[in-house]
Every structure is written in C-alpha cells, then in structure tokens.
Design a protein around this ligand. Sequence first.
Ligand code: MN
Length: 668
Amino acid sequence: MIQTIAELQHKISSYSAPDQERVLAAARQSEQLHEGQYRDSGEPYFIHPLQVAEILIDMKLDAATVASALLHDVLEDTIMTRADLKRQFGREVDNLVNGVTKIAVVKAQNKSVQESETIRKMLLAMVKDVRVILIKLADKLHNMRTLRYKQGPRQREIAQETLDIYAPLAGRLGISWLKDELEDLALKHLHPDIYRSIKEQVSEKRQQRANYLNRIKSAINKAAQREGVPVVVESRAKHFYSIYLKMKRYGKEIGEIYDLLGIRILCDTTNQCYQILGLVHRLWPPIEGRFKDYIAMPKTNQYQSLHTSVLGFDGKMIEIQIRTHEMHRTAEFGVAAHWLYKRGLTREQVQPADLEIMHRVRDLKDARITSGEFLEEIKREILRDSIYVFTPKGDAIQLPKGATAIDFAYHIHTEVGHHTTGAKADGSIIPLKEPLKNTQVIEILTNPNAHPHLNWLRYAHTSRARSKIRAWLNKNDETLIINQSIVARKQDQTAKHPEPQKTPQHKGPSKETSDILDRHKVEIRVGKERNLMIHFAQCCTPRTGDDIVGYVSRGRGIIIHKRECKSLRSIPDVEERTIEVEWETVSPKTTHRFRVVARPTNDLFSEIEGAVRKIHGHLIEGRIDESGPNTIDASFTLEVERRQDLRKIAKSIRAIPVVMSLHDLPGQ
Ligand code: MN
C-alpha cells in the first residue's frame, strides 16, 4: 500500500494530465489539513485517505472520485469548510465529500440516531451519485484492514456494522471482491477462533488441493480444446466467510466441509457458456439441485454466470462457475464497471440507475419514515436475500424473503394491491400474511369493492406495499388519518430534532398504534388465521354468534355457512372441504342488515361502504337481489362497534343521491 504522494503520483500515471493534477492537488491539500493528526496505529492520519484513494484507483475510478477520497475526512475532522472545499475543488468533489460526511448537528447522546441518520443521508446521496457509496466502501475497507488498532468493544461494533450493512451493500452493487474481503475481515474480529481454524485448515491442505485442482483444470482444458472452445480455467479460493456460513448452515466442522474446491471457467460468448456446461457435465456427474442459471435470470446486482456442482475425481464435490470474460468483469467490479466503460476499458453492462438497490432506496426516500425505520428497512428488505415467484403468465417477480401476497399484489400494480381479496399459491388459497416461497405461482384475487385494511400493514413486508397501503388508508379512512399521521409525525420530529430526554424508541408500534390495530380485527378466524378471503353464504346468511362452518371454495375463498345450512349439506364434496371457523370475539360488535333500493349505478356498494366507514362502521357483505331498468334492489350487512351508530349510518346512506329507500332487515 502506498505511503507517500510520490507513490500516488506513480500510481495515477495512466490518468490524463489534468486529472493527475486534480488528484495531486487534493492530496497535497489533504496532507496539509490533516497535519498533526494521527491514527490509532500511530501513523500520520493522511495515510488513511491516501490508501482509501489507492483502493479506488485500483478500481479504476475517475479523478473526481479519487480526489474526493483524498479529501473525504476534511469536513468532519479539519478546519476546512464546505464553502472552501467547493471553491477549491468544485461542486462535484464537494457533493461527493459531503455525501460521506457524518451528520454533525445531532448531539452525542443520540449516537444510534446519528448513525442511522448518517447512513440514510449517505444512501440518499448514493441514489444521486453512486460514487458516494464507493468512497464510503473504500473507507470502510481501509478501516477494517486496520481495525486491530481499535479498542476491543469498538472493534466488534464496527465489524458487526460492516457485516450488517457495508458488506451486503457491496454485494448489492455487485462488487464481489470487496464484499468478500469485508466479510472476511468482519469474521476475523467477531469470531477470531473460527477464523483462525478455517485459515489453518485451508492452508494445511493447500498443496494437496492445488494438485487436485490442476488435474481438474487440465481435464477441462483438454475437453474444451477438443470442442474448439477457447477457455481460461481458474481455481478460486473460497473466502473464509462463505466457509463459515456453510459450517453454520450444515452444523459441520470445517474438516467436514469438502467443497472448498471452486473452479471458474471463462469464455467469450454466452453460447460457449452453455456448451462448456454440457462438457463439464459429461466429464463428471452433476449434483442434483445445484445448477443455477444466472445468465437467463441475472441477480439483482446484474451478476450473470452458470453455477453447477459436480462429483469430480475421487468423488470430491467441485463447485464450478461458467461465465464470459465480460460477465466476470461485471461480477468483480459491479457498479464500478460503469467507470471502466467511461474510460473505454469495457462494454457497459451495469448502469448504476438500473440496480434494484437504487430503486429500493428511492422508494424508501418517499416513504414517510424516521431514519431508524429507514435503516431497519434497508437492513431487512434491501440487504437480505430475495425470492423469485411467478405470475400466472410466467413472469418472474423478485421480492425480498418474507414477502407476502400483499407485497406481490402491490408489486404488480397499486390498483391490484388496493383491490386484493385473497391469493392463491400454486392453485391453492393461502393466507395473505403467509410468506411466499421461491418459485410459487401467485395469483391475486381481486374485487372492485375490496380495499386495504389496517392489518395489511402488518402483513406487508416491503416498504413499497406499506407506503401504498398507508397512503390509501390516510386518504380514505378518517379514523386512521388522524391517529396514524399523529403517530408518524411525532416520531419524525423527534428523530430530526431530538431533545436529550426524548430519544425515539422504535420497538414495535406505540400503544396508540396497537390500540388502533386491535380495534380493526376482522371477524372470522380459521385456526389461527384471520385474514382469509371470506364470503358469507347467501343461502343461510350467518350472523355474529351463529354456529358456523367454512366451506373452502375453488377460487372464492372460504364461504361461511350456518352449521345447519341445508344447501351446504347438498354440496357433493362438502365433507373434505369443510373447515372449522369461529367468530372472532376480540371486540364485541353489532352486525346489522339493511335492504336498499337505489337507482341503477355501478358503484352502489362502494358508495355505501364510504357512508358506513364515515361513521366508523364496516361493510361486511353486500349483494344485488334484483336489478331492473330503473331500480336496484340490494341488501347488505354491516358492522358497528356501537349500536347507536346505526342510526347515523342509516342517515348517511340515505344521503347518497342514488339511494331511494333504506329499510332494516329482520333477524338481529
Ligand atoms: Mn475515513
């Protein structure tokens, strides 16, 4: 690693003359500003920005990024002001440096708020200019490489943060070498014993493994030559953290994990990739379930490759990756390859703006959440693994692990989300809150009269779905507007202007919120599930408290019948399709049926629903009994918490222009 400006000058000799001058000016200024400051290692502080810049030069980034890396700590740690920085180095450098600078206004006792605010600011800056995060990642990498000089507890904190945020971020940006190194360094400080034992094992068998891999390589080379496909075969060292994850996943010791053997085959074209795959599978039997085609279905960071595992010589498992040279560059450099492209060193494969993570951060930017929530979302949603599910037409949809049918519906379209009544996975009805599984075919059942419910907020996993649901509820449901927005606004303000005594807490919903959640429970429970698609049978019209059973219909969810219902018993397959259901008894509510006569209209029930909701009631069910050229005869069931609200509701329904008359129906 470089130590001096002279070495830096040598390192940037391939940059243009003005670029070199720009970088050197930044270096000289930085050295002067940090003069007299020292790192925990005892070295002059300037070594840090210098070596951060070196990492970015190795990534072949542009002069503005390298200059900003040299200056990345001057706003935080020296007398340099933003105005001076901008005057001397221009707007571009100023923006980049400011993007990685900690938020300073927050008082020290709110450390976690400060940290999450800082990360939010940095990620939002990243959306505007991805180089911000590249500088931050290089900064992290250098700090991790020199972490041994920090105090013990602080070491662990920094290592954990790296593992939680920065390594996954590097992964999402497709910079695999950086992700791997950050993970290995974090492991080294979090679990030093495990790290050491993996290291020993790996180095102990090094020679033996090298010999074995050479046999494998030459077999591949020979076969490829016979087919006339030019290939480069590399053995690749698995990074320690991935070995550690495997040990954890399979509960095995390092000695029991064979597949430390990795081979990478590089070729020129996509067709050759598949050709080589066939060739490899003819050489050694593939292991079932291990083949992955990331060429046809690239990862969200635009990684492309074929993965397979085979039983090689002596029955040893070998993991093989097959990709073109171009794909390999994308895999190694990820988003940073964009600057290789600008410098004519590669073809453009990754456009920063196209990366899934950019969309996600942008979505979050518009959601009204505190910085703590923002960070939780980032960790939970963006940085975790994804699943793929399919639409009935076969389109693949990528969602974060844990996503539900609600998330799927909102992913398809906001209007689909808003009118969801139920969902099917591979043809069977699933509860809306059930996490979807990889490769399921998901079908969303909708109804024009359906609308979001407050408890959807608990089932939705993605911030996109949650913010759409919240927006709908805020717009349409007055009870919620008041309570929800007060809760949200309170937290926002506390986070932005924290007062010493009032550190915001983000542990679950506030009392206020959970009270609202409780009041809105739906009325039927099947086992432990509440949010199933429910219809009330029209033959026997069950009411609250009736002895009821559910009939699992094909495509219409669960139909609730009275237990003694005669028409239910006459259904041929009733035996195997009946399930036990109960009334939900959390909040005692009153249901009531009305008959209404109205002038012809398409949205009678949504009008009625609006009128009912205004008085805090819920429309449970409605049907058209007769409809003629001049009138519609309909009946509906609603539910209120207070009986005395019924009169107000009736009044509010009568006020609907198309409603001609309204009558109580007997049977309460
Ligand atoms: Mn730094």
